[in-house]
Write a protein that binds this ligand. Structure first.
Ligand code: ADP
Ligand code: MG
Length: 394
């Protein structure tokens, strides 16, 4: 992979595609700054090598129309505070209009070093990878650096298209993500344990199939586990179960027998008759889930069993929470596996948007080898797919 380390930056202007698609609350507040912080090493490296940087990113899904709530103006302020450096914000609904081209000329002639463009998805061309928009973006700089791991699985103008017009290199975040999600898991130190959870089996079929041949232990939680339990003939009450995936789940369970993988499913659950944090939860063994109860987390016996299974691993990947961790009553399972991961000697990787959010929320930021900044991108990389954004750097 062509790295930013290979580029001659002296006196150049770098177009740096980052992933500032930060999580926003319903009120439009930025919920955590992890994606901003994780771009600082690449930005600082560029500045230390006597180059200027023009950053670009998407935020949310404005679908090609400018919307104030998806403006990157606030991100520019936060970035400026972290860098202790002025960040010139090009507030431009067209992202790269004549106005911005002029602003870039002034920026290049000034002693300012950092600029941020407006949300690339304000332009309908972005998601179509339209070369006209790619060309406009490329015209602003000498070199392109891709560090937007969270968007590297998308072939868009600002992630892939620009590389047609100026030389492209990978930034330090991309490098780190590839190291942990690809290299570590392609040839894992064993035992290799994967903790899988989240809301759906259907999102992660390719990953499960790929892991069946690779992992030593497959630990399953979340709503996904309830689909597996149901497929085994267990009455899962009112739990979220993917009826159309029961056959597939059954096939996967049966295929474990002729693979070297050990499959772990919950022995108890925490649940309730309502999807709410208000009613106190109850614990049930999986054989005795009442018909009106839905499983919303793994139970305490399962937490112990899973923690024990995680302990002696050499490589651990977590993708998907064990329960509805957004509700405090149903966060115990997710906390327990994160705790066991953090206490192990293993290389520990957290992938998946919600899993990463949980790891940050519960204070495991500095206790893992790597927490991925990409949701869909980390899933695709774990599945062994080639991401278009990585392909342009090869
Ligand atoms: P990730 O983004 O880490 O890959 P997913 O998107 O697959 O994870 O799933 C995360 C979601 O799964 C969370 O919002 C969580 O509330 C939900 N979830 C976990 N367990 C259950 C459950 N038992 N029932 C319903 N939803 C669940
Ligand atoms: Mg998710």
């Amino acid at each position: 992979m062509k790295s930013i380390r290979d580029a001659d930056l002296n006196g150049k202007t770098v177009l740096l595609r980052v992933d500032y698609n930060v999580p926003l609350s319903d009120e439009g507040e930025i919920e955590n700054n992890m994606r901003i912080i994780s771009t600082l090493p690449t930005i600082k490296y560029i500045l230390e090598h006597n180059a200027k940087v023009i950053l670009c990113s998407h935020l949310g899904r404005p679908k090609g129309t400018p919307q104030k709530k998806f403006s990157l103006a606030h991100v520019a302020e936060i970035l400026s505070a972290y860098l202790k450096e002025e960040v010139v914000f090009a507030d431009d609904d067209e992202v790269v209009s004549e106005k911005t081209k002029k602003l870039v000329e002034q920026f290049k002639a000034s002693d300012k070093k950092v600029m941020l463009l407006q949300n690339t998805r304000f332009r309908p061309e972005e998601e179509k990878n339209d070369p006209n928009f790619s060309k406009d973006l490329a015209s602003l700089a000498d070199i392109f650096v891709l560090d937007a791991f969270g968007a590297a699985h998308r072939s868009h103008s600002s992630t892939v298209g620009v590389a047609e017009f100026i030389p492209a290199y990978g930034g330090f975040l991309i490098e780190k993500e590839v190291k942990f999600l690809k290299e570590t898991t392609n040839d894992p130190k064993r035992p290799y344990t994967v903790i899988l959870g989240g809301s759906k089996v259907s999102d992660k079929i390719d990953l499960i199939k790929c892991l069946m041949c690779k992992a030593d232990k497959l630990i399953v939680g979340g709503a996904m586990a309830l689909t597996f339990l149901n497929a085994k003939g267990i009455n899962t009450g009112a739990s979220k179960v993917e009826k159309d995936k029961l056959g597939l789940a059954r096939d996967l369970i049966n295929s474990v027998a002729d693979k070297n993988v050990e499959l772990f499913l919950p022995v108890d659950i925490a649940g309730s008759t309502e999807f709410s944090d208000e009613i106190p939860k109850k614990i049930y063994d999986v054989e005795h889930i009442p018909s009106d109860v839905m499983g919303l987390d793994i139970g305490p016996k399962t937490c112990l069993m899973y923690s024990e299974a995680i302990k002696d691993s050499a490589t651990i990947v977590m993708n998907g929470p064990m329960g509805v961790f957004e509700m405090s009553q149903y966060a115990d399972g997710t906390k327990a596996v994160l705790q066991a991961m953090s206490e192990s000697e293993a290389v520990t990787v957290v992938g998946g948007g919600d899993s990463a959010a949980a790891a940050i929320k519960f204070g495991f930021n500095d206790k893992m080898s790597h927490i991925s900044t990409g949701g869909g991108a980390s899933l695709e990389l774990l599945e062994g797919k080639t991401l278009p954004g990585i392909a342009i750097l090869m």
